[in-house]
Write a protein of this length. Structure first.
Length: 305
């Protein structure tokens, strides 16, 4: 039995580090030193224990028992349990995941997507230790239970990264533009709420599976769109500005072959005098003059080509 526990721990660690590697590879222009991500991973893992302490205090404060909720969810006070999951679990877990990024990795952030990269590392570390606890108690209940819990945790561990992406992306944008501080606060509370909502659906079992899947699907869709945007406005992207389409006046990335608004070819850009075109900052969409080194509205360095 002990051998299977060790193997399960190892598989869980590989899965969590695999997600760190996946998000690290999303950065196409200036990848972070991987050892810094590993340090952030360790910080996130360590702080999991602190989160457990406060969650236990929260259970006592709300007068709840997790065992009672699991065994008879619909005989429990579901509203009170939902509040506990959002106010305590969601806020506490997202906060302890945020700490290593804000107070350790933040100084390393030099492009918007870095906030997401470091958030994925601390969230993966948090998920790893949480997996260990679930796997251990799963095997204590029995071999079959342990194997089942192991695979469930491996499949669901990316959830922590998905929720952390809300405040991680906001931190990356805030580092570039301090005026976006309120976005970090909003991202944090959105993450905490969705985290608690997901846990609530998960505790309801099969009945809540559709709701849990919906929360994850929406987050994945938003994340995919944001990654594309973050890469586009990276200061290391040689083409981080927009051009105004002469057909629809919509804005499209400088190296796009077709306007993302009307779908017409952008071949005309090469034929027209570049000085006469209308340019806009890839970050804040403010108007630029051709050859301008920095956006006067948000400070973004503009790389012309």
């Amino acid at each position: 039995m002990n051998l299977f526990i060790v193997i399960s721990f190892f598989i869980s660690m590989l899965a969590c580090l695999g997600w760190v590697y996946y998000f690290w590879k999303l950065d196409k222009y200036e990848q972070e030193p991987f050892h810094l991500l590993l340090i952030t991973f360790v910080f996130g893992a360590f702080l999991t224990l602190i989160a457990s302490f406060f969650e236990e205090l929260g259970l006592e404060f709300f007068g709840l028992s997790i065992d009672d909720v699991i065994q008879n969810p619909f005989n429990s006070n579901l509203l009170l349990f939902f509040l506990y999951l959002v106010v305590v679990v969601g806020i506490v877990e997202e906060f302890v995941k945020l700490i290593p990024v804000r107070f350790y990795a933040f100084k390393q952030i030099n492009e918007p997507i870095d906030g997401l990269i470091y958030a994925s590392a601390t969230a993966a570390g948090f998920a790893f230790v949480e997996d260990l606890l679930y796997i251990y108690y799963g095997f204590k209940a029995g071999f079959v239970e342990g194997i089942f819990i192991t695979w469930v945790r491996i499949l669901t561990s990316p959830v922590h990264i998905l929720f952390a992406s809300y405040w991680g992306i906001a931190l990356g944008l805030y580092k570039q533009n301090p005026a976006r501080k309120s976005d970090v606060i909003k991202g944090f509370f959105v993450a905490a709420f969705l985290h608690g909502l997901y846990d609530f659906f998960a505790f309801l079992g099969e009945i809540g599976s559709i709701g849990a899947a919906a929360v994850i699907l929406v987050t994945i869709i938003l994340l995919m769109k944001k990654v594309s945007f973050l890469l586009r406005i990276s200061p290391f992207n040689n083409l981080n500005y927009f051009i105004s389409c002469k057909y629809c006046n919509g804005l499209f990335p400088a190296k796009a072959q077709y306007c993302i608004n009307c779908g017409k070819s952008t071949y005309w850009v090469e034929k027209e005098n570049k000085i006469q075109l209308k340019y806009f900052c890839g970050n804040c969409k403010s108007r630029l003059n051709f050859g301008q080194n920095y956006c006067t509205s948000c400070g973004m360095k503009i790389h012309w080509k």
